[in-house]
Design a protein around this ligand. Structure first.
Ligand code: SAH
Length: 395
């Protein structure tokens, strides 16, 4: 057996023909095909294993985090996103004092983390420092930012002001697809992720599952990248077509496939924080199933209604019509009804406790392969790939 269980490959740096490189490529190929197999096999066993790992590591806790969507002003024009620059939506930018007050309110009602998310804009490059400082001085909240691609200096200023975490999803690890969808370079996005890791942010990536033209192979590579980069958080959600975007008539991402991506990421990346994303909950509803795949985090929206209705990155967002406090009470009940424990702790990841590893996944795939005939798997694969072919002409 090779020692590929510990992550060692770098897709981004493979460019010479030494023996080591051959070995790395071999390992990479093996892992990709392992994940592709896992993605097309029935989900149950993956879900069972993912839940087991989650419950053991987090002692059955589900961390509740609050999110404030403080501005929908965005300079980017991502084809999937309903607040892209060219979308016809009323723009808003909340006042700094308003953001601080909402964060304090989030702590008052029992949250341990505040996530500040916005479209990518430079309005707050300076003023966010003061917002972060005030939140840190007046509360004991962990502060997570999610404001897009910024310079090293800006990330540094925000970190020095007290920010703890940063979410910047890679969206897809296929550079051509990323370019087509965003008109930007994936390399730059990964350079930002590297800067965030270098600055010691707890760093989150993640992907969108079921994007037009996305192949199973791309999704497998996403998961290998999650493990390779050892991210602290992973936001994994299905693609939801949004009216007024070039992809409005495309098919939505498959819920079961998304849940399998979450489960495999849990099995491989162990103690990483993985939310039951708003996109997933929008597709399945606020039901107990959302925790079935091994997610250990859920986010409640505390943005005032007048703003959150305009932060429509995709339609039907599950949080828009809920009032924060009753949503929180209902969610706690839902979590308890699954035999899990709602937690308002900060829930930081302690890096280094676990190494990403593929051993368990390999065992499950072997077991499942013995149980189900390959034929059904290939049918499933075709079905999934056909879904994503639909919209290729639109890109
Ligand atoms: N400006 C920030 C935040 C973006 S919005 C940034 O660039 O990171 C947060 C996430 O919503 C995105 O990372 C993307 O993965 C997701 N998203 C946007 N549009 C979506 C859609 N139509 N379907 C599913 N997820 C979507």
């Amino acid at each position: 057996m090779y020692s590929y269980y510990i992550i060692i490959i770098s897709f981004h740096t493979v460019n010479c023909n030494t023996n080591t490189t051959d070995f790395k490529l071999h390992v990479a190929k093996h892992l990709m095909s392992l994940i592709e197999k896992a993605l097309i096999l029935p989900g149950e066993l993956l879900f069972e294993e993912a839940k087991k790992i989650r419950d053991k590591i987090f002692n059955k806790k589900i961390y509740l985090r609050a999110i404030i969507e403080f501005s929908n002003v965005c300079v980017n024009d991502c084809a999937y996103c309903g607040i892209r620059r060219s979308a016809d939506v009323k723009r808003y930018a909340m006042k700094e004092e308003e953001i601080v007050k909402l964060a304090q309110y989030a702590e008052d009602i029992g949250y341990g983390t505040i996530v500040l998310q916005s479209g990518q804009n430079s309005i707050y490059d300076e003023s966010l420092c003061e917002v972060i400082r005030e939140i840190k001085e007046t509360t004991s909240l962990a502060v997570t930012l999610s404001c897009g691609e910024k310079s090293f200096e800006t990330y540094k200023k925000w970190k020095e002001s007290g920010a703890d975490r940063y979410l910047l999803k890679q969206e897809t690890s296929n550079p051509e697809l990323f370019r087509k969808l965003t008109n930007r370079s994936l390399e730059k996005r990964f350079a930002c992720l590297k800067a965030l890791l270098d600055l010691n942010y707890e760093t989150g990536s993640g992907n969108i599952v079921g994007l037009p033209e996305q192949k199973l192979e791309d999704i497998a590579k996403d998961i290998v990248t999650f493990a390779e980069w050892n991210f602290d958080m992973l936001g994994i959600g299905p693609f939801i077509p949004c009216y007024g975007t070039p992809l409005e008539n495309c098919r939505a991402g498959d819920v079961e496939l998304t849940m399998k991506v979450i489960a495999i990421s849990r099995i491989v990346c162990k103690d990483v924080n993985i939310p039951a994303t708003t996109a997933l909950r929008t597709k399945v509803g606020e039901v107990s199933n959302i925790f079935d795949c091994g997610a250990n985090v859920v986010m409640g929206n505390v943005t005032p209604y007048e703003y959150k209705k305009l932060y429509r990155i995709y339609p039907g967002k599950v949080c828009v019509f809920y009032e924060p406090e009753s949503w929180l009470e209902n969610m706690k009940e839902l979590i308890k009804s699954c035999g899990l424990k709602p937690s308002g702790e900060r829930g930081s990841r302690k890096k280094g406790r676990f190494k990403p590893n593929f051993k368990t996944l390999e065992k499950i795939v072997e077991k499942l392969n013995n149980l189900s005939e390959d034929l059904t798997s290939w049918e499933k694969r075709l079905e999934i790939e056909n879904i994503t072919k639909d919209c290729s002409k639109l890109l």
